[in-house]
Design a protein around this ligand. Structure first.
Ligand code: GDP
Length: 448
């Protein structure tokens, strides 16, 4: 599906989740939204006042349901267009009947995924970063994700980029003045000096946001934990204990976990993704080799690698797997319940647990949550939540530095500022949004 320009169609969709529920919400947006209310319920309610109405199929005169009707004349609506909402009983057949009737209204059609939000964007109700915030809010699984998404949807990044752009435009005007007054050296140099001062401040501010340890992205995507270790040390068992449900196949046969299995956990409001990977050992076959490749790749990008060893093997036999990773690493000794029998292996490891008895698991969760909290923090000023924001902001920063690095050729320096400003404009979607619109809105569900 490709969005390019808004069609004149009036669109409708079930905006609440599909399936059986107490209430279902159907939204209609576009020029014909008001007519749709007239057609179904005979009397259009006052703007933004919920009224209970009989909803009638105009073709048969039959009652569809009793429901609440809301009328939001544009532009004071979510999409900026005329918008109607129907809250009906949440049975599948009720919603289906209502959608069927709407589909028969001339000029109305079912909305594409994200099309309501897309229209809100096109009508200037929200910018692209706010639309992303809305998508994140819908996807938010934990408390910290909700808070971050809400800030983004509320326009934190949008307002910041607008403020930066305004400052950049001031600097650009000063540079233009320097070009215009190039005959008057004092005036020109003064103007360039003032522009440099503003650009320097801006560069520092943007630089400090870029230097945020990727907190926003980690929070949005989940803190990545990888369990690494030789086959049979108990990685799958640990994952199962953590997830408190059977997600990985626990087997005493070596090398059965060849793929990456992950569970998403909510640790004290932080999203944590734990993955169990293929055992690290000499590969005996292609499949296993591929599994190991994935393990190492996962560990490389992980925020935390838990290197698991088998505590029952005795200190001498312990082989702590070494993995390259940009994240933190801890060594975990599993099978603590067997340590007594086999002579013990308490010399190594940061933590000792038993996936079998549950001993030490609470402490393990505490450690993971602690590291996750340290890495994601609750820094109020985190604004970068996606690589899309980071790459544009980094590009803006580069152009600001390029401007500051040059001393002559004021025309070229003006171009640096223009490119820096374009990069900021891409974050909010002011500049060439086309290439990113599908990416942003196509991920929404229908009805949003
Ligand atoms: P993986 O290959 O590292 O994923 O290891 P598994 O989770 O498949 O476990 C290998 C074997 O060790 C299985 O028979 C498990 O039941 C057993 N096991 C795992 N954790 C413990 C533990 O803490 N104590 C004991 N006694 N056995 C364990």
């Amino acid at each position: 599906m490709a969005f390019h320009s808004t069609s004149n169609d009036t669109i409708f969709a079930l905006s609440s989740a599909a399936g059986r529920a107490g209430v279902a919400l159907v939204r209609v947006s576009g020029d014909r939204a008001g007519d749709v209310i007239d057609v179904l319920s005979a009397r259009r309610p006052e703007a933004r006042v919920a009224v209970l109405r009989k909803l009638v199929d105009p073709q048969t005169g039959g009652l569809i349901d009793h429901g609440l009707v809301l009328w939001f004349p544009g532009p004071a609506s979510f999409t900026g267009e005329d918008l109607a909402e129907f809250q009906v009983h949440g049975g599948r057949a009720v919603a289906a009947a209502l959608l069927r009737v709407l589909g028969r209204v001339e000029g109305c059609r079912l909305a594409e995924p994200g099309e309501f939000s897309m229209r809100a964007f096109e009508n200037g109700k929200i910018d692209l970063s706010q639309a992303e915030g809305l998508a994140d809010l819908i996807d938010a699984e934990t408390e910290t994700q909700r808070v971050q998404a809400l800030r983004q949807a509320g326009g934190v990044l949008f307002r910041l980029t607008e403020r930066w752009r305004a400052k950049l435009i001031e600097a650009m005007a000063l540079v233009e003045a320097a070009i215009d007054f190039s005959d008057e050296v004092d005036v020109a140099e003064g103007a360039v000096g003032q522009a440099e001062e503003r650009v320097r401040e801006l560069g520092d501010e943007i630089g400090s946001h870029l230097n945020d340890d990727h907190r926003g992205e980690i929070l949005r995507e989940g803190f990545q934990v990888v369990l690494a270790g030789a086959p049979n040390v108990g990685k799958s068992s640990l994952l199962n204990v953590l997830a408190r449900r059977d997600v990985a196949i626990v087997s005493s046969e070596a090398g059965t976990t060849r793929d990456v299995i992950e569970v998403r956990l909510d640790l004290e409001g932080l999203p944590v993704v734990v993955s169990d990977t293929a055992g690290l050992r000499e590969a005996s076959g292609d499949v296993e080799r591929e599994g190991m490749r994935r393990t190492l790749a996962r560990a490389q990008d992980a925020d935390l690698v838990i290197r698991v060893v088998d505590g029952s093997e005795g200190a001498a036999g312990v082989d702590i797997p070494s993995v390259g990773s940009s994240g933190e690493q801890i060594v975990l000794v599993n099978k603590s319940d067997l340590i007594g029998e086999a002579g013990g292996n308490d010399a190594v490891g940061d933590i000792r647990v038993s996936a079998k008895t549950g001993e030490g698991i609470a402490e393990l969760i505490k450690i993971v949550a602690l590291v996750a909290r340290r890495k994601t923090g609750t820094r109020e000023d985190t604004v970068i939540t996606r690589s899309r924001h980071r790459s544009q902001l980094a590009s803006c920063h580069q152009y600001l530095l390029a401007f500051l690095g040059k001393t002559s050729d004021v025309e070229l320096r003006a171009e640096d500022l223009r490119l820096a400003s374009d990069a900021l404009g891409r974050i909010s979607g002011r500049i060439d949004p086309e290439d990113v619109l599908d990416e942003v809105f196509g991920r929404f569900c229908i009805g949003k």
